[in-house]
Design a protein. Structure first.
Lengths: 331, 330
């Protein structure tokens, strides 16, 4: 067993030998874990401090003092690099992409994505949710091999990456190392487990509290210009009116017939009573006219509870986003 | 004739060139980076004065015909690609530099903004900060040091609100990437690598709170001031160049007349005919001088504010010129 001064000196030597590039952080963590195993009384913990806009990492090492309390150590070696250069910023720190000579900054990229995003979700929501998942799953145990496999299968299926060659090509295209991909899967697997748990635990309560959302509804609806839909709405029987419009079409209408849960219908129809008609009302970038043919009360079967779980999780995330302190750095 | 010394990709030159040509003035643009590769230069001492000739692929310029030289962003002399040996290349480029320095120094004409030696001297923040302080500008308490222990001292004296700047912005690679040291707020973390200071000095100043940043462009007696609303974004909080782009708001600023006069005086006192001065307007309404760049970029200021800087430079350059094509007197 070594004394405290020796432990401290060894800790400094350890710190001075750690890789300073951000890609070396996993190696640094492994080195510290091994060192801690040899010096268990230190209860050493490595705190990487990744500087924004650079590839450089600083470290603090936290160790216990024999008389109680924490000692924080940092060490910077003399390697001849001037201070201004060591603390400089990568020229592309604010860039996401360049195409030929055209560069796109982080802030412009976020704005561009917002402009191009569909109306329901934006990449901003996805990024916020990513942070929420990271926060909520921080204490989760490591994913099992089965969970990792499921995450990988889902990921590859969604992108059509069925062969090893296609997968390698894709990793190269998006500039992702296999290690980085594995790390990503690790997060995805933990997020999946967290989502499954929230869905499972809150499905029944959500179902009971929002029971009408899970009614099985048979409905027909038409999307198109307001004037055309107003003509349909003026008829006594909306179903016959829609059928006649389809048979003798002039102009352009989108007609949809469905038998599904109320929550999955266009919003204006979700609470409509059996036999009632709705519209024309503004809907997305057009107008909607619709009618409910049949509405059967919800039953808590497996399909309805699964849908309730998903809805509960969406509501949970919306609530979590609303309560979070969100700070966009480049907007 | 007006001779412009700058690299081909210097777009600010294009703005002025157009205006000179519109005036019917003969202009030749040449990059000293093409010397000696594709240019022949001859200097003859005749009757105690040097007469210089520059021959390029498309022109022969006699120094006697040049009424003004505008030195903008010339590249350094460059050895031909068939001079492979690194030692020979260094020799060729060093000789080229020494010759060009002499050429510039003995080229008797009007130099805008000044001869290269003056530009290099006044680019030094030590020189232009002292000149500004002498003329009564409010200047931050400034330390320039490579003493590692000086860093923590300055940080404490600034109450932990210390800013660091390079003595001069030079290009370099770090871990294989082009990096830059922008004006940086010094944190406690920065202090832990104080030993690195010994390799290169740094400028340390207490943080000055900003309402807006001002870029003051002096051309002769004319002053064009742009305001930069750098405080609206975290990215540009400390250095508006950091992530400059479409997100920063710019405008034309009406500088108090007395301050305008002192800016002109400062530029003139440094032996310059042009200068870009960076100042801060504090939330309390105080104007604080930061630095002067004797050959700073002004094209972007004109682009975002519409201030007619290129027109003023063209006018200044053409002061001693008559259009090459003139009407015949009756």
């Amino acid at each position: 067993m070594t004394g405290y001064p020796e432990t401290l000196a060894a800790a400094v030597d350890l710190l001075r030998g750690l890789p300073r590039d951000r890609t070396g952080v996993p190696d640094a963590k492994r080195a510290v874990a091994a060192w801690r195993a040899a010096h268990p009384e230190s209860r050493a913990q490595l705190v990487p401090d990744i500087r924004p806009g650079t590839t450089t990492v600083d470290y603090d090492l936290l160790v216990d003092h024999p008389d109680g309390g924490t000692v924080a150590i940092t060490a910077s070696v003399e390697d001849g690099v001037p201070w201004t250069i060591d603390h400089s910023t990568h020229w592309a720190a604010s860039k996401v992409l360049s195409v030929d000579d055209e560069e796109i900054s982080v802030q412009t990229a976020l704005l561009t994505l917002r402009a191009h995003a569909e109306r329901d979700r934006t990449v901003h929501d996805d990024l916020i949710d990513h942070c929420i998942f990271q926060l909520e799953t921080a204490g989760e145990p490591e994913p099992s091999p089965e969970e990792l496999q499921r995450a990988s299968d889902d990921y590859r299926r969604r992108r059509g990456l069925y062969s090893r060659a296609a997968m390698s090509r894709w990793l190269e295209e998006v500039n992702l190392t296999p290690e980085a991909y594995q790390n990503h899967l690790y997060s995805v697997a933990r997020a999946n487990r967290f989502r499954d748990r929230v869905e499972r635990e809150s499905a029944r309560t959500y179902f009971d509290d929002h029971i009408r959302e899970f009614d099985q509804v048979s409905a027909v609806w038409v999307l198109g210009p307001e004037s055309g839909l107003a003509e349909l709405a003026g008829q006594d029987d909306p179903f016959s009116a829609v059928a006649a419009a389809v048979a003798d079409l002039s102009g352009e209408l989108t007609v949809q017939v469905a038998d599904r849960m109320a929550a999955e219908l266009p919003e204006p129809l979700r609470n409509a009573a059996e036999g009632s008609a709705v519209g024309p009302v503004p809907y997305r970038d057009t107008f909607l006219f619709g009618a409910v043919r049949r509405r059967r009360p919800a039953r808590p079967d497996a399909v309805a509870l699964a849908a309730a779980g998903r809805a509960a999780f969406t509501a949970y995330l919306a609530d979590r986003r609303a309560k979070a302190r969100i700070r966009w750095f480049w907007l | 004739m007006i001779l412009i010394l700058s690299s081909e990709d210097d777009r600010s030159v294009d703005l002025v060139l157009r205006k000179l040509l519109e005036r019917g003035i003969e202009v030749y643009r040449w990059d000293p980076g093409d010397f000696p590769v594709s240019a022949r230069m001859t200097s003859r001492l005749v009757g105690g004065a040097w007469r210089h000739t520059l021959v390029t692929a498309d022109a022969e310029i006699d120094s006697a015909d040049v009424s003004a030289v505008w030195i903008r962003r010339p590249r350094d002399p460059r050895a031909a690609s068939d001079t492979m040996d690194p030692g020979y290349r260094r020799y060729v480029e060093r000789i080229g530099r020494i010759f060009l320095d002499g050429w510039e120094d003995t080229f008797e004409t009007r130099w805008f903004p000044a001869r290269l030696g003056v530009l290099i001297r006044t680019q030094s923040k030590l020189v232009n900060l002292a000149a500004a302080a002498k003329l009564g500008f409010t200047v931050p308490d400034t330390t320039v040091t490579n003493d590692p222990e000086g860093l923590a001292v300055a940080w404490s004296e600034a109450g932990g609100r210390l800013m660091a700047k390079e003595v001069e912005a030079l290009p370099y690679n770090f871990d294989g990437f082009g990096n830059a040291f922008y004006t940086t707020a010094v944190t406690r973390r920065h202090l832990t690598s104080r030993h690195r200071l010994v390799h290169a000095p740094v400028i340390l100043q207490p943080r000055v709170d900003k309402a807006v940043e001002l870029r003051i462009n002096v051309v002769g007696d004319q002053v064009f001031t742009a305001e930069i609303h750098s405080q609206g974004s975290r990215a540009t909080l400390d250095d508006f160049r950091h992530y400059e782009g479409t997100f920063t708001e710019y405008g034309v600023y009406d500088l108090p007349k007395d301050l305008e006069r002192r800016c002109v005086e400062l530029v003139r006192s440094l032996g310059l005919d042009f200068g870009c001065i960076d100042m801060i307007l504090t939330p309390e309404g105080e104007y604080v001088y930061l630095e002067l760049n004797p050959n700073g970029q002004w094209g972007w200021v004109e682009e975002v504010t519409g201030l007619p800087i290129s027109e003023a430079i063209a006018e200044r350059l053409a002061a001693d010129e008559r259009p090459a094509v003139q009407g015949v007197p009756a």
